[in-house]
Design a protein around this ligand. Sequence first.
Ligand code: GTP
Ligand code: MG
Length: 499
Amino acid sequence: MLENYRNLVALGHQVYKPAVITQLEQEELWTRGEGHPVGAPLGGRRQALEPSALCLLCSWNSGHLFQSGMAEKPVDMFTQTPNNEDTEKESIRCLTTLGHFGFECLPYQLVSKSMRQGFSFNILCVGETGIGKSTLINALFNTNLKDNKSSHFYPNVGLIVQTYDLQESNVQLKLTVVKTVGYGDQTNKEGSYQPIIDYIDAQFEAYLQEELKIKRSFKYHDTRIHVCLYFISPTGHSLKSLDLLTMKNIDRKVNIIPLIAKADTVSKNDLQKFKSKIMSELISNGIQIYQFPTDDETIGQTNSSMNGMLPFAVVGSTDEVKVGKRMVRGRHYPWGVLQVENENHCDFVKLQDMLLCMNMEDLKEQTHIHLYECYRHRKLQRMGFTDVGPDNQPISFQEIYEAKRLEFYDQCQREEEELKKRFMQQVKDREIAFKDAEKELQDKFEHLKSIQQEEIMKLEEEKRQLEEEMTDFSKTKAVCETLQTQACTNIKKDKDRKK
Ligand SMILES: Nc1nc2c(ncn2[C@@H]2O[C@H](COP(=O)(O)OP(=O)(O)OP(=O)(O)O)[C@@H](O)[C@H]2O)c(=O)[nH]1
Ligand SMILES: [Mg+2]
């Protein structure tokens, strides 16, 4: 990748000449005339060229770019080469080329573009509360980023995201620092790594969504995590189960650089043993940590030796301490001064060099081409996208879209049929249930009706009997009344007679 900073830097101090120039030099075709340098870019990096030489170069470029026959017979647009052989011999001067030509200057265009745009870098710091995360970041970037101390009483692990615009010389850096809060403070640490995973995935997802947008923003701030500095407690024993669990769960999502924090609290001998123990534990648990790339000629050897020194034992400090006549970054103890930037005292400088000076671009590249790619691959596959069809032949996005549309249409049809069937069945079941209920009600009605009929008949019988009784009673009453009247009449007659 041309944007690779290492390439740019490497090209910045390694000057290769295109083969054609070397050939031209050998053939001593260069002539020195009165012409001035033409189109010298980048602050004079390009040295004075003869017009005819430039013209030849132009022709050579044209021949390669457009496949024209011009290369065979270069046209000198600037000077006329004298025909007289003697004059030519006299005027021919051998020049060594001193600078860059044509496309060789491409990296400088990229450098100036990158300088204009600035760089961005995103760091995740995972470590227990108060382990020295903020101090180390401040020391690494030689700044004082505002940060508050966290409490040890958070119920869950959280993350704090802070973005800073830094400038060193004329290089601008947008630095995003994500730090854990409350990490390792809970009694139940089982899900402590989950917020970290969620955050990393969310940044991948945001990038993917931006990539899939029709109208993408070219000023998008990429927040994907480029490196995770994992702060290991300086116990001198071994990794804690939380360290293993977290690293195991995030190692396929982020470049992990393990650090032994507050390494000044461990003795030199213990530190060496601790480092070996940590590495063997990481290997036996199948945890992948970031390896500095060794395939680059310029930095491969240094990176390879640094890989053997992981995990870096770091000491952080924001204090300046006087050592002799110099002020150095360090920590002052009753027994002396620990110099943070002294390689005999700790691995701070190694970390700074590896992280910022030599491998920042590789970390970003690994994040983009491996870690993000894995996320993207899984996500798109889960969404049903694929690069090859069922017959293992390459398949276009359009074809996948069509196939998906048809599949979706079929699925909708199937589901509609299924729903219809289910609905009909439910209607039938309900109908049967209603009919059963209706029949039951009808039977009940008939039963009640018959009971009622019987009751009516009984009551009518009783009424008839009562009416008979009433009739009898009336008759008896009438007889009684008649008899009573007769008796009264007789008594009255007797009385009258007696008188
Ligand atoms: N001995 C020693 N102390 C350190 C080191 N780095 C930081 N400290 C001290 O440890 C304390 C906590 O440091 P911080 O950098 O605030 O730790 P932190 O991890 O950011 O803490 P939180 O953000 O609150 O979780 C401070 O008093 C630092 O001076 C170190 O390398 N060695
Ligand atoms: Mg802090």
